[in-house]
Design a protein around this ligand. Sequence first.
Ligand code: GLP
Length: 261
Amino acid sequence: MEVVIVPDAAAGGELIAEAMAELLRRKPDALLGVATGSTPLPIYEALAAKVSAGAVDVSRARIAQLDEYVGLPAEHPESYRSVLRQQVLEPLGLEAKAFMGPDGTASDVRAACEAYDKALEDAGGVDLQLLGIGTDGHIGFNEPCSSLASRTRIKTLTEQTRIDNARFFDGDIEQVPHHVITQGIGTILDARHLVLLATGEGKAEAVAATVEGPVAAVCPASALQLHPHATVVVDEAAASELKLADYFRHTYANKPDWQGI
Ligand code: GLP
């Protein structure tokens, strides 16, 4: 995997948005896998700014959701579908038909998970998958010890993740659902390019385990080591536990200009 250390979250957002723009210039109907959480916001802002400036045309882009709460109606402000409509689709001027995601309200959750994996495949697969990381190393909602071969399925959240996410539910953990649908780690690994952004000191330990630890289900993000094209973008704070930080800085500074991320 490639590790890119950037000065701050805004620089990470700009770097990744430019990679997305570059992809869309090559493949205007690319399928972009998007993540929720606070971390990817600078990416979405930078991409929307490029669209406004006429630097990229996203009108044919397609958007795929990574994970969803089970039981929240689609119109609930904290359903990931609503969050992505507000943070990604609307700013990019995309309509609902450009969007695909699992149905968190389905009566048959298992069938909904299988249907989503199939829909991703039928759509030609995800071209670029954005990822954040949980403080426990989760990607999507694949909590520690998730199978590294897992497909889209229902998961039960750890108490820590519910505590972390309570801030989106008026600080009230009781409102945070226990269950979620998430693309599996195997599903995520099917994407052609994985780009994980992590910012802030709170993510430093998880980033070190992801990049420099063993490939182990206890740190789900470490599965990125198995992918032929995985990019981990971190700000200085999130990079603070990396032993090889200087090496990563050196290689990024000296890579060929044409290579991109
Ligand atoms: C949630 C999402 C993850 C995200 C994580 C970190 O659990 N399911 O996709 O990476 O939060 O969120 P944040 O970026 O706000 O720290």
